[in-house]
Design a protein around this ligand. Structure first.
Ligand code: 5RP
Length: 223
């Protein structure tokens, strides 16, 4: 049987090898990113970090990593983060952990973003994965009504608030044939503050499957 957690760790360790002294590193959120934070701390490099969630900041600090306030940062060298589904184009769905807005901001600020994942996250198509949408609580009913145009079904996460104080609605059953159009349509709805479609942020990915790590680079992967 495949040990998914061991694969997550392998992918994380491979990505962390790309980190050098003097870098400012963006720390992702989730179980795979947790392995990366631990692997980074073990390397004892002379680096600083920014975190995409309170949980990752707390973990990184507890392991001795210096975590800067991202509000005071305009550029990051390298971001390392997990994903819920990723295809050969390095388009991805993120946000099962609810941190996709901060993750996207940090990824956008980064010169390079690397996704780390176990093999179960590789997808031919993204539309089978629920797409998280972060919504201003004030706008909930209005936005959910608008989302019905794009999803077969939506489900609000119960008793849940993001680190930004917003709610998350997961969109199930969506058309993945025009990803950029969908992304543009979602951000155009007033009250939507973010979503989990990552279409241009990811530069490379380390995917571990059954102990074998594969490195994907944007624009260079067989379908
Ligand atoms: C959090 C995320 C995570 O990176 C994504 O959900 C993958 O999580 P995991 O590594 O636990 O499978 O996007 O918002």
């Amino acid at each position: 049987m495949i040990d998914r957690d061991a694969d997550k760790r392998l992918a994380a360790v491979a990505a962390v090898r790309e980190v050098c002294d003097d870098m400012l590193v963006g720390l992702g959120t989730g179980s795979t990113a947790t392995h990366a934070i631990a692997a980074l701390a073990e390397r004892r490099l002379r680096i600083e970090t920014v975190a995409t969630s309170h949980a990752s900041a707390k973990l990184a600090e507890s392991l001795g990593l210096r975590v800067r306030d991202f509000a005071e940062v305009s550029r990051v060298d390298l971001a390392i983060d997990g994903a819920d589904a990723i295809d050969a184009e390095l388009y991805a769905v993120k946000g099962a952990g609810g941190a996709m807005l901060r993750e996207k901001v940090v990824a956008d600020a980064a010169d390079r973003m690397i996704v780390i994942a176990d093999g179960s996250k590789r997808a031919q198509r993204l539309g089978g994965t629920p797409l998280p949408v972060e919504i201003l609580p004030f706008a909930k009913s209005y936005v959910v009504a608008r989302l019905a145009h794009f999803f077969d079904r939506t489900a609000e996460r119960p008793n849940y608030r993001t680190d930004n104080g917003n709610i998350v609605v997961d969109g199930h059953g969506w058309d993945d044939t025009a990803l950029q159009t969908l992304a543009d349509s979602l951000v155009a709805i007033p009250g939507v503050v973010g979503h989990g479609l990552f279409l241009r942020e990811i530069d490379a990915a380390y995917i571990a499957d059954g102990g074998i790590v594969t490195r994907l680079e944007r624009g260079r992967n067989p379908r």
